[in-house]
Design a protein around this ligand. Structure first.
Ligand SMILES: [Zn+2]
Length: 109
């Protein structure tokens, strides 16, 4: 499961929070140890920012939006060839690792 999703891949959310289900986005961060990823525009959280003072200037307080990580098991990789969320197989050819879409059988890096 580890190497199947990489930074820059497009994934579709298949389970998890209702409002994110079916959403697609680009993977911006992979956290292999936690088996979690950060996906653009998915799992948006709001953080309230306290008013901070820097060199006598007060920066305005407000709400910061950021993307929180989600479990890798909640997403499916979208195949770059058939554009469908699909299960991915791994093909090893010496040191080269190719990923294979189980739907259209296309190979890609
Ligand atoms: Zn495919």
């Amino acid at each position: 499961m580890k190497a199947r999703i990489r930074k820059g891949d497009t994934v579709e959310v298949i389970s998890g929070r209702f409002e994110d289900k079916g959403k697609r986005g680009e993977v911006t961060k992979v956290l292999p140890k936690q088996a979690r990823i950060v996906v653009q525009n998915v799992n948006i959280r709001k953080k309230h920012q306290q008013q901070v003072e820097t060199r006598g200037r007060a920066l305005s307080a407000g709400i910061i939006e950021f993307e929180a990580s989600i479990a890798i098991s909640n997403v499916m990789l979208v195949c770059p060839v058939c554009n469908e969320p699909s299960r991915i197989g791994i093909l090893r050819d010496g040191k080269e690792v190719q990923r294979v879409c189980k739907k259209c059988k296309a190979e890609f890096d």
